[in-house]
Design a binder for this molecule. Structure first.
Ligand code: SAH
Length: 342
């Protein structure tokens, strides 16, 4: 059986025509799917006979809300969605002055092995389909009763390790007949899968790219991010330069500050020197505690002095505002607890 949300628009048209129907039916069906209907019977302008035909060869995928937590501090909503195969994924909706932003997952688990990250404990179970990635946006939007205007692919998983499905999802979520979220309102975060960055740069899709850098040199990066054994920091920064030139989009870097590992004055200096040419923005994240991991965040003063040194060196940097701190909103932890992963 085919999940119709795994089709791109042109593929859906082809499929519908293949069933002996008129092309414009695809537009109607695409619109319904992207409104988040959960069955063919809700597609009221589609004839009963076509609905029956569709039911025989395809289905409308859905997500169950296993758990929903709402932060009392800032209204951040965390969803734990259950997939039909029993697996769970996390999505988080945050309220900013410019509207609602959703942080979505691209895989069930992750095989990148970053030492400080909860999502990779237990490894990769499987990648999500394009429809499953999209469903997080559709179901959260429906539940919130408000338009979601921004998407960040910063939840569980490495989006560039699920390249084809992620790109399919991007085409669909940006489609004018669907929910039509502008590519400039979409951010993809990667731990540094260099070939994926080049591929993405050549897709002609001006999404924002953010790199989980977390270290100013190979020695530190090797020790906390296994991907660095494959693609070294300089190679990664070269790919960033290419992405920036090709898409005209500013790159940003995530830098989780881990006490005694990557947060010294010298580390700030080296980081500033390395990325100066890119005129990138740096998001500093005081590392979140993960039960199984020994990493600690520094004091407020240490974090502020790292920030000050970067800024003094002419780097545009900010400390990431912590949202949903009362509902452990950062991804990976809730799924791990619920699914009993260790
Ligand atoms: N795989 C992608 C998408 C995940 S994004 C990537 O690595 O970019 C999630 C972000 O949170 C990444 O920047 C990741 O490095 C960071 N992160 C993971 N665990 C963290 C922790 N315990 N504290 C702070 N940041 C963390």
């Amino acid at each position: 059986m085919i999940d119709l949300k795994d089709f791109e628009y042109a593929e859906l048209e082809e499929f519908i025509v293949g069933l002996g129907e008129k092309k414009f039916r695809a537009a109607q069906i695409f619109k319904w799917l992207h409104e988040g209907v959960t069955s063919y019977d809700e597609m009221t302008d589609i004839s009963k006979s076509l609905r029956e035909k569709l039911k025989e060869v395809s289905y409308v995928s859905t997500l169950e809300t296993e758990c929903k937590l709402v932060s009392k501090i800032d209204g951040t909503v965390k969803y734990l969605f259950r997939l039909p195969d029993g697996n769970c994924i996390e999505s988080v909706v945050m309220r900013y002055h410019h509207g609602l932003t959703i942080c979505i997952s691209s895989q069930i688990g992750c095989r990148m092995g970053c030492r400080f990250c909860a999502s990779t404990i237990g490894g990769l179970y499987r990648s999500l389909t394009a429809g499953e990635i999209l469903n997080q946006v559709l179901f959260a939007q429906k539940d919130m009763g408000e338009r979601i205007s921004n998407i960040v692919l910063m939840g569980i998983g490495e989006p560039l390790d699920n390249y084809d499905n992620v790109v399919k999802f991007l085409h669909n979520v940006n489609h004018e007949k669907g929910i039509n979220i502008g590519l400039r309102h979409i951010t993809l975060s990667t731990c540094g899968v260099v070939p994926g960055i080049y591929r993405l740069a050549n897709e002609d899709m001006p999404i924002t790219l953010t790199i989980s850098l977390h270290a100013p040199n190979d020695e530190i990066r090797d020790s906390i991010m296994p991907i660095n054994h494959k693609y070294k920091t300089d190679e990664l920064l070269k790919a960033c330069k290419y992405y920036k030139e090709k898409t005209n989009r500013r790159i940003s870097f995530e830098y989780s500050l881990i006490s005694g590992v990557n947060d010294s004055f010298d580390n700030a200096q080296e980081l500033a020197d390395k990325i100066k040419d890119l005129q990138a923005h740096v998001n500093l994240i005081p590392v979140n505690k993960v039960e199984e991991r020994e990493f600690k965040k520094g004091t407020k003063a240490e974090i502020n002095s790292f920030l000050k040194h970067l800024t003094d060196c002419g780097v545009n940097a900010t400390i990431r505002r912590e949202l949903g701190s009362d509902i452990s909103a950062s991804c990976g932890q809730l799924r791990k607890k619920t699914m009993n992963i260790s």
